[in-house]
Design a protein around this ligand. Structure first.
Ligand SMILES: [Zn+2]
Length: 350
């Protein structure tokens, strides 16, 4: 069994919209409630979050953008972009979201836990260095990767983004850097519009951005195959010192925003693939960070399966699983071929 840390704090509920918004506090309410179920309670080590410092936010964000978000504090409602709100407490909540993710990194790096999951909001992967986007204020995972390299003196970090949407902010943060490899599967063309397979990085970062743009339809078997055939070989060659997962659950089959078909078991399988190669390259140091996921029961059931997988309590389906052979290769083969073509100059690919 592994020791798995979790970050949870009721203050993450303080970021609230006026009226209906899919990125709501109910998302964490159902997760925190699930963590109190008999089979879950007491099984995970709680990691208390802290406020991220200005210097930590500046690992990714411009000082004038941080000041802009700070200026929303105490004001009833500010729209930072058409989808992205800030209430009186959002600035503080967003800083606590970053700080919670950093606390998870510290605990994993110091060996207090083997892996961790930060149940935080607002989410982060759309946030750019200088602007809020797509429900995101500060880019939690990007700051955490920068922090892991700077503070824990690591050489390489891998960020895997399985959210339905492309993590434009994360990609742009490291587009010209080789010390953070960004891998994303996402629905395409779709919000936010970026993430074509030809976007592979720039300058010294060339080959260190990997995009797998998918049309609607892929489910458990197809996602597992993409992870095994594209992500795993690159990860094993890259040899990250820490792995992050921008874990969005909007690829769940009933998510209101997406067209993917992943089930709770499918999320567990993806987590298992990631844990397996992370064990080979970095002793299994993986930090999961919550991004999207808007079907409340789907979010709850999927996260439960991922957590049990992180802890080693359930075994995900083996590689020769029945489901694999049922994969609809027509949904993924053309894109896998194009991704491999784009990345072949940089990585050994079959
Ligand atoms: Zn999303």
């Amino acid at each position: 069994m592994h020791k798995t840390g979790i970050v949870k704090d009721d203050r993450y509920m303080d970021h609230v919209a006026d009226g209906y918004h899919p990125e709501s506090r109910q998302r964490l309410e159902v997760l925190y409630e699930m963590l109190r179920e008999p089979g879950m309670r007491g099984q995970y080590e709680e990691i208390p979050p802290r406020m991220a410092t200005q210097q930590e936010l500046e690992l990714i964000h411009m000082p004038n953008y941080i000041s802009l978000v700070a200026s929303t504090a105490g004001r009833s409602m500010t729209m930072l972009d058409p989808d992205t709100y800030a209430c009186a407490k959002s600035y503080e909540t967003a800083r606590l979201a970053v700080g919670g993710t950093l606390a998870a990194v510290d605990r994993v790096m110091k060996g207090g836990v083997d892996n961790a999951f930060a149940f935080i909001r607002p989410p982060g992967h759309h946030a750019e260095t200088n602007r809020a986007m797509g429900f995101c204020l500060f880019n939690n995972v990007a700051i955490a990767a920068g922090y892991a390299l700077a503070t824990h003196r690591l050489k390489r970090a891998l960020i895997i983004d399985w959210d339905l949407h492309h993590g434009n902010g994360t990609q742009h943060s490291f587009y010209e850097r080789a010390d953070v490899l960004y891998f994303s599967t996402h629905q395409y063309p779709y919000y936010p519009g970026t993430g074509f397979f030809s976007e592979i990085g720039n300058g010294p970062g060339k080959g260190f951005t990997v995009n797998v743009p998918l049309t609607a339809g892929p489910g458990d078997a197809e996602y597992s195959l993409i992870f095994e055939e594209v992500l795993e070989p690159i990860a094993l060659q890259y040899k990250p010192d820490i792995v992050f997962v921008s874990a969005g659950f909007d690829i769940y089959f009933r998510d209101p925003l997406g067209g993917m078909q992943v089930t709770p078991q499918g999320f567990a399988n993806l987590a298992k693939i990631v844990l397996d190669f992370a064990r080979q390259t970095c002793d299994g140091k993986v930090v999961f960070v919550l991004e999207g996921g808007y079907h409340l029961e789907g979010l709850r059931d999927s996260v439960r399966e991922v957590l049990k997988t992180l802890r080693g309590e359930i075994l995900a389906e083996g590689r020769q699983g029945e489901a694999r052979s049922q994969a609809d290769r027509r949904l993924i083969d053309p894109v896998i071929k194009k991704v491999k073509e784009a990345l072949r100059p940089y990585w050994k690919m079959n």
